[in-house]
Design a protein around this ligand. Structure first.
Ligand code: ACO
Length: 354
């Protein structure tokens, strides 16, 4: 057995299918491309939540439930804002989630995240939190609450693409954490807090911010190949590369790259990122010849979030906005089985002496 449990199938699911050898992702019978073009974030949530968090769900119904949820989260902000605003964003958002009532509805759990992120960013900038506009979709209202003014159509489209592309992706570490928690009949709120905590590590949802740090460090060094070689020589990992499942380039990376390019913002930075990516892939192929280490989504995700004005230390939290409906769908699907997850361990310690 590997300590990473790779290859172990731990759930039957109707939610998503990921084949890392062919670069295939299906979300309840839809391709990611179809979801981006025809359904958007709220439409995708309607698809993955159908028969788990309601029936007859539509994009409009989810948009309305998320809008009402943001209003409720804003009204409850006094429960957590004081404590949360004294902490780094990662901790502040954890505090906001921890303040959710045990019986919180799925849409209220998800809607807490954009409200908390925007309010915490604004509070630290000395600005008052902006009241949500329940009539807007999540991408538009989040950017509006974050910046205090309506975002451009292209930024809204770019962020909606991001939220849609990364909403659900097989049995990721965080989705598994949600399943483990809910399988004890713990609440959905507790399941999402478990998932969020698992998500924040740099090997999973914590990667996009460090990707930009890496690009900046490489730029400052003025020597792409030398920086990469030193990093690998020191046993470091190149952020934005490698994946437990994908053995070829993550198909979502190109969709996000196209979305960043469509924003038409910083072509120079995009070109630099492409150059770093090509050199990193070549270096990784030399470094681990037997192990295909390809681009994951994180470099393009980071460039996109940066381009639409999300602060770097909020990247993981915005990623959680996208992924939390997937955590909830996984938790509700697990709860339907009624079976507690309780694997076994292999004892390798000493035997008692007597
Ligand atoms: N840079 C350098 N070396 C790497 C990288 C990398 N990005 N990724 C893997 N390796 C090395 C490992 O250290 C390992 O070396 P070893 O055999 O000497 O111990 C070898 O390649 C094989 O590693 P894997 O088994 O393929 O990696 P694993 O499945 O454990 O980890 C992970 C996958 C965590 C994503 C890893 O590739 C990584 O750390 N990448 C950088 C962080 C990152 O981009 N995370 C975001 C992932 S996407 C997401 O979760 C949303």
């Amino acid at each position: 057995m590997s300590n990473g449990l790779e290859g172990i199938v731990a759930a039957d699911t109707v939610l998503s299918h990921v084949d890392g050898n062919t670069g295939t992702i299906w979300v309840r019978g839809h391709t990611i491309d179809d979801l981006v073009r025809n359904h958007g974030y709220e439409g995708t949530v309607a698809i993955i939540w159908e028969s788990f968090a309601g029936t007859g769900l539509t994009r409009a119904k989810i948009q309305s439930a998320f809008g009402a949820g943001r209003e409720r989260a804003f009204a409850q902000m006094g429960d957590w804002l004081g404590a949360a605003s004294k902490r780094p964003l990662l901790e502040g958002v954890r505090i906001a989630l921890a303040a959710l009532p045990e019986n919180s509805a799925p849409a209220d759990v998800v809607a807490t995240l954009p409200v908390a992120i925007a309010a915490l960013v604004r509070t630290r900038e000395g600005q008052p939190p902006v009241r949500p506009d329940a009539s807007l979709a999540t991408a538009a209202d989040f950017l509006r609450m974050l910046k205090g003014e309506p975002a451009s159509e292209s930024d809204i489209r770019g962020l909606d693409t991001y939220l849609t592309v990364v909403c659900e992706n097989g049995l990721g570490n965080s989705s598994f954490a949600a399943r483990v928690t809910v399988s004890t009949q713990a609440s959905l709120a507790s399941a999402v807090i478990s998932a969020y905590c698992a998500f924040t590590g740099p090997l999973h949802g914590g990667a996009p911010g460090p990707v930009l740090d890496m690009l900046d460090e490489i730029k400052t060094s003025g020597d792409i190949d030398g920086w990469i070689a030193n990093k690998l020589k020191d046993g470091g990992r190149l952020m934005g590369f490698g994946h437990r499942v994908f053995r070829i380039r993550d198909p979502r990376a190109d969709m996000l790259r196209a979305a960043v390019a469509a924003l038409n913002k910083d072509a120079g930075r995009l070109a630099f990122a492409s150059e770093v990516e090509a050199k990193a892939l070549a270096a990784l192929a030399r470094h681990k010849p037997g192990r295909p280490l390809k681009s994951n989504i994180e470099m393009n995700a980071a460039l996109l979030l940066d381009a639409v004005g999300v602060p770097r230390d909020a990247f993981t939290q915005v990623f959680a906005v996208a992924r939390s409906p997937g955590w909830i769908a996984n938790a509700l699907e697990q709860a339907k089985t009624g079976r507690m997850i309780r694997p076994a361990s292999n004892y390798i310690g000493p035997k008692p002496e007597t």
